[in-house]
Design a protein around this ligand. Structure first.
Ligand code: ACO
Length: 431
């Protein structure tokens, strides 16, 4: 076996040095292990935004941002989108392997039988104003699960961790639908366990007591595909948040609630809501040019929502799939949405504009997803909630992986202090 590769870092001012081993993953660039750097040289590293920093080892998801590749447990996203279902993908993320038929049956049964929320939790919704943002309600309700399902849960017990994962994946659609129904003043709907995951969710969202719901199967298929594409994305802001909270030993519901709040921001999952609002503001393809000019103007904070990504410097492979699906779904549902014309014109204009080309800014997962959600009748404020339902599978897979990793430590970054030097307290009369 060849010697492990080492990077040597020398601080010439102090003549202290550190020999830093390179760590190879299965795929992707080797990483410099800086674990001993502070002890050896007395220096920290500085990387705000973590552009060059791997925070953990993980075997769940791989992204090659230059090539536009996304793998869940080694399987290309395109193959999963074409052949799998969201629940099968959730199993894959959690367990590392695609399920055999019996394994899937058990998983589906377990998820179906944990879909109800505690009756007392339903009362929580009454405390919100009718126009509360559903992400606020979702975060609060999921954090509140800690009060109902945490008593005897040990984060160190693999069976308890698995149960928490099943509960979260099962209850998230029930809670999400409750957020929507409360906002429109409809009675909350119980989950129907004889339906499949996405179909069950759509019934909880849209079925009213007065008549049965006639749901176009195209809608369930489209939503299932969107859930697959949103299920995981390695150490993004919300997943890193879940891991940071999880590293303190916090319970899984608290950890996932933190992920939900991180997802809400418009630079992350909140972008899908922002994209639709922006497309509506732009209004017609004729206004695209002025929107592009604004996005390029350094004195204007306006950005093209749904464009750009920290990791993808090529097409986001999920955006490619969603773009194609968007045309199909609208055609099959007989929806003619003029916003699709605005979106296509915007994409075309940005992709040939030097500003976007030089910065490698391509449409991301959120650019077309909103148009599909809208065609399915899902209100704009619920878009990020949709994302959260799907991403719960990834978040909880990461939370479990973190707890299964021996020697995990609390996450605790350092800083460069730029405040005042030490000084003496000045009494009030002398200030
Ligand atoms: N519109 C216009 N300019 C942009 C955009 C955009 N959407 N995105 C990046 N830029 C420009 C920046 O102004 C910067 O230009 P400069 O080098 O001249 O200063 C350059 O491109 C690099 O941008 P950064 O902000 O440094 O890139 P970063 O990796 O930090 O941010 C992010 C990535 C947050 C996704 C950013 O591209 C963005 O704000 N996009 C719009 C919001 C969005 O769609 N978010 C969803 C991302 S996918 C997800 O989280 C699910």
């Amino acid at each position: 076996m060849s010697d492990p590769k080492i990077v040597k870092l020398v601080d010439e001012s102090s003549n202290r040095s550190s020999e830093l081993p390179l760590i190879n993953g299965t795929l992707g660039p080797a990483c410099i292990d800086i674990g001993t750097l502070y002890k050896d040289t007395g220096h920290f590293t500085y990387d705000p935004g973590y552009g060059s920093t791997a925070s953990t080892k993980s075997a769940i998801t791989y992204i090659d941002g230059d090539q536009g590749v996304l793998l869940y447990r080694g399987y290309p996203i395109e193959q999963l989108a074409a052949n799998s279902s969201f629940l099968e993908v959730a199993y894959l993320l959690l367990n590392g392997e695609l399920p055999k038929p019996e394994e899937f049956k058990t998983f589906e049964h377990d998820v179906s039988h944990h879909t109800m929320m505690h009756e007392s939790l339903k009362n929580f919704f009454q405390g919100f104003h009718h126009d509360a943002h559903p992400m606020a309600m979702l975060a609060a309700a999921v954090a509140s699960l800690s009060a109902f399902y945490h008593d005897d849960l040990s984060v160190d017990d693999p069976a308890d961790r698995k149960l928490a994962a099943i509960r979260l994946i099962a209850k998230m659609p029930t809670i999400a639908a409750a957020c929507y129904r409360y906002s429109v003043g409809w009675p909350l709907r119980y989950p129907r366990n004889n339906l499949e995951y996405v179909d069950r969710f759509l019934h909880m969202m849209f079925e009213v007591p007065s008549e049965p719901l006639q749901m176009n199967p195209v809608a369930a298929k489209a939503l299932d595909l969107l859930f697959i594409l949103h299920a995981d994305h390695e150490q993004n802001a919300s997943t890193s948040t879940v891991r940071l909270v999880g590293s303190t030993g916090a319970n899984p519901y608290a950890s996932i609630a933190a992920g939900i709040t991180a997802l809400w921001g418009p630079a992350h999952g909140g972008a899908n809501e922002a994209v639709l609002k922006q497309l509506e503001e732009i209004g017609t393809p004729d206004n695209v040019e002025s929107a592009i000019l604004r996005a390029k103007d350094k004195n204007d904070s306006f950005r093209l929502m749904g464009f750009g990504h920290r990791v993808y410097k090529n097409f986001d492979p999920r955006a490619k799939i969603i773009r194609e699906m968007c045309h199909k779904v609208l055609a099959e549902l007989g929806v003619n949405d003029p916003l699709l014309d605005v979106a296509m014109k915007l994409e075309e204009a940005a992709l040939k504009d030097d500003y976007f080309v030089e910065r490698k800014l391509y449409p991301n997962v959120d650019f077309y997803s909103g148009i599909i959600y809208k065609a399915l009748g899902i209100p704009t404020e619920m878009f990020t909630v949709m994302f959260a339902i799907a991403r719960t599978s990834g978040w909880i897979a990461h939370w479990i992986e973190q707890h299964e990793t021996p020697g995990s430590r609390i996450g605790r970054p350092r800083q460069i202090y730029t405040g005042s030097d030490v000084r003496d307290y000045v009494p009030t009369a002398k200030r």
